[in-house]
Design a protein around this ligand. Structure first.
Ligand code: GDP
Ligand code: GDP
Length: 459
């Protein structure tokens, strides 16, 4: 009898997409028992070394008569009864719906352990829904994106304790696993190549830099469907680690048409940021003494990167032509921190794309920023930190009732997102959340990544 995992949830949350991820090519082996499994698919699934039987309860969307709910409930109940483990999927972008809450009720009473999967978490639109999911009372929701394959490593981690493992696995495991190395491997297996974009005003040297980084002999894979017709994906590796750069070469060329410069570069930039994990903002360092290599447009781009939750690395190009290097760096730091406090500590690397200088340092900074972006802080450590931090500077007491912050947990990575549970969350001022954010950034050394922090009611 194989270990059975049921994927349940209301229609359209992404159950089939998750099922396909887990079952993959083995889908060909899906049982086809008309009558019995008309409303569901089953298949042999694999998640890294874990092997199990997956049941997908999707397929009810086509049923439009009013017995839909009854049948769905029946289907789900049967799957739950058969399952050793349940993956309960919600659509984090849609938030928690009454039907989700209904399923949650069922599942809280079920014998099988339920893991809550907040799907469609690849973008900002899912943040509120992810936090909302806590109130389903099924434990911490796992931020996931079935479509983009994000969160498979986390899913593996939460499933592993429940799924019995074969003997083969024992052989595969290294004798003395190195935790840090394991994490690094996990990150790469989980997410694939580091996705990087180079953005900046026209003429700062983006093409020159990309050509330098990738090399002229590079294979261009693209144009890729799904991104845009004008982008090209460039795959290479840096010190053995895979990097993928989206290059909007076509647009960069068109941007040279004078009157279209602004408009094209803004759309171009936004798309590159959307695609990337780490964004390199390239600045023009060919400035004279007492000039900061930072213009209003640069700040606008930096702000977009932070707002979109991407990791940011700043590269000051044309360093070979800089009039006053020390002065330029100091002015840049000052102005950045004043205009955009979230960029405090953001890595800044001086480069010369023309001469090929500083490029290794740049990529090292990119990988370091990527690690921070992916960081997961253990809850225990976070709560020790919270106690110290709130003691040092307690939350305010609006109307004489002091807001009590009970605990904090990291809800997701990419970027690091935290929830503090407290009394009167609505009264907790933004300034206090910013205090916590700054303290987190400083105490856990998290430069170059946006940090999200939300307050929720909790005991
Ligand atoms: P099911 O009815 O629960 O099996 O849902 P499906 O797997 O058929 O997915 C419903 C829709 O959501 C499809 O259009 C999917 O492409 C989409 N979808 C699935 N997973 C994700 C995801 O992680 N992110 C986003 N944005 N869409 C997703
Ligand atoms: P893009 O519009 O951002 O793609 O900029 P390009 O790569 O086309 O470069 C614009 C101009 O800056 C070209 O004349 C380049 O030769 C020059 N340039 C690029 N990088 C450097 C550099 O590191 N130092 C100097 N001095 N010039 C550079």
């Amino acid at each position: 009898m194989s270990f059975t995992v049921a994927i349940v949830g209301r229609p359209n949350v992404g159950k089939s997409t998750l099922f396909n991820r887990l079952v993959g090519r083995r889908l060909a082996l899906v049982d086809d028992q008309p009558g019995v499994t008309r409303d569901r698919r089953e298949g042999d699934a694999r998640l890294y070394e874990l092997e199990f039987r997956a049941i997908d309860t999707a397929g009810l969307e086509d049923v439009t008569d009013d017995s839909l709910e009854a049948r769905m409930r029946q289907q789900t109940e049967r799957a739950i009864a058969e399952a050793d483990l349940v993956l309960f999927v919600i659509d984090a972008r849609a938030g928690v719906t009454p039907l989700d809450a209904h399923f949650a009720d069922l599942l809280r009473r079920a014998a099988a352990k339920t893991l809550l999967i907040a799907n469609k978490c690849e973008g900002k639109a899912a943040e509120a829904g992810l936090l909302d999911a806590y109130r389903l009372g099924l434990g911490e929701p796992l931020a996931f994106s079935a479509e983009h394959g994000l969160g498979l490593g986390d899913l593996h981690e939460v499933m592993r304790p429940y799924v019995p493992q074969g003997e083969e696995d024992a052989v595969e495991l290294p004798a003395e696993p190195d935790a840090a190395e394991d994490d690094a491997l996990e990150a790469e297996r989980d997410y694939g190549p580091l996705q990087m974009a180079v953005v900046g005003r026209p003429n700062v040297g983006k093409s020159t830099l990309i050509n330098r980084l990738v090399g002229e002999d590079r294979l261009l894979t693209g144009p890729e469907a799904g991104i845009t017709r004008d982008s090209i994906e460039l795959d290479w590796d840096f010190q053995g680690r895979p990097v993928r750069l989206v290059d909007t070469a076509g647009l960069r060329k068109r941007a040279r048409v004078e009157d279209k410069v602004e408009r094209l570069s803004a759309a171009d930039t936004k798309r590159a940021i959307d695609f990337a994990n780490v964004v390199v903002l390239l600045l023009d360092g060919a400035v004279g003494p007492n000039e900061a290599p930072l213009e209003k447009q640069d700040l606008t781009i930096a702000r977009t990167v932070v707002d979109e939750g991407r990791a940011l690395v700043i590269a000051v190009n044309k360093w070979d032509a800089c009039g006053d290097r020390i002065g330029a760096m100091r002015l840049l730091r000052d102005r950045l921190e004043r205009s955009l406090p979230q960029t405090k500590g953001v890595p800044i690397v001086a480069v010369s794309a023309l001469e090929g200088r500083g490029l290794d340092k740049l990529l090292q900074a990119v990988f370091a920023a990527y690690e921070v972006w992916n960081v997961r802080l253990p809850t225990g450590q976070l709560n020790r930190w919270l106690e110290a931090t709130t003691t040092q500077h307690p939350p305010p007491a609006p109307g004489g009732r002091r807001i009590r912050i009970k605990y904090v947990t990291q809800a997701k990575t990419r970027p690091p997102t935290f929830v503090v549970f407290c009394s009167q969350p609505k009264d907790l001022p933004d300034s206090y959340l910013r205090y916590l954010e700054n303290a987190l950034r400083q105490d856990f050394d998290l430069p170059g990544t946006p940090i999200r922090i939300f307050a929720r009611a909790g005991e």
